[in-house]
Design a binder for this molecule. Structure first.
Ligand code: ADP
Length: 216
């Protein structure tokens, strides 16, 4: 069973690369952000934290994640998109990784400039029904019909935390809490860095080189 962790600044394209990996290799895509947005529908405290770009507490995130990892579609492998986000979360994950049956454990770091991610959030929209993410300003990521989901045909919407103020907070959280993970995983010898100031297909080629070489 393969465990692929994606680390990147907010709005760097983890979701887009995850979708491409799912399509090519059939892995399960586990986005803690998507799971939490779902929880936020009936939990005011989670909703307001997310709207401010703050992190949700480790216990809440871990409880959701652990349940998800035991679902049938994770048997071959899974992509963790947005988890771990703190060293504490990484340590907790390491404590269960063997019992999950993980044989290949890799971390892919999408290295991208702050200016690039700011440009990416301006045009980012997604489908409220299937969750597919588009970018109305970037060729190759645009929906076929402006403002409509290719698959569901319904109106695309903007995430409430994709605005310049919240983005600043999310980026600060990333610098403070998430970048220490780079050294943590370098120390374990499982980190691969991918230059992500490039188009989505070029980024994916580099990711494929890493994932294609993993044993089962
Ligand atoms: P992005 O990577 O673009 O910031 P995500 O969908 O991954 O978007 O995350 C959105 C929000 O969900 C975060 O700003 C944070 O509030 C919350 N979140 C997601 N994953 C975690 C996590 N592992 N730990 C704590 N909070 C999380």
């Amino acid at each position: 069973m393969k465990s692929i962790i994606l680390i990147a600044p907010p709005a760097a394209g983890k979701g887009t690369q995850s979708d491409m990996l799912v399509e090519k290799y059939g892995f399960a895509h586990i986005s803690t952000g998507d799971m939490l947005r779902n929880e936020a529908l009936h939990n005011e405290s989670i909703k307001s934290k997310m709207e401010n770009g703050e992190l949700i507490d480790d216990d809440t995130v871990f409880a959701l994640l652990e349940k998800r990892l035991h679902e049938e579609d994770c048997k071959e492998g899974f992509i963790l998109d947005g988890f771990p986000r703190t060293v504490n979360q990484a340590i907790k994950y390491d404590s269960i990784v063997d019992s999950l049956g993980v044989t290949s454990n890799v971390v892919i770091y999408l290295d991208v400039d702050r200016d690039t991610v700011i440009k990416r959030i301006v045009g980012r929209v997604s489908c409220p029904n299937c969750g597919k993410v588009y970018n109305e300003l970037i060729d190759g990521l645009k929906p076929k019909v402006l403002g409509k989901c290719d698959d569901c045909g319904i109106d695309l919407s903007k995430r409430s935390d994709d605005n310049p103020d919240t983005f600043g907070n999310r980026y600060d959280q990333y610098l403070k809490n998430t970048t220490p993970l780079i050294d943590y995983y370098l120390g374990k010898g499982i980190l691969y860095k991918v230059d992500s100031d490039r188009g989505k297909d070029e980024i994916f080629e580099s990711i494929e080189e890493i994932v294609g070489g993993l044993s089962d």
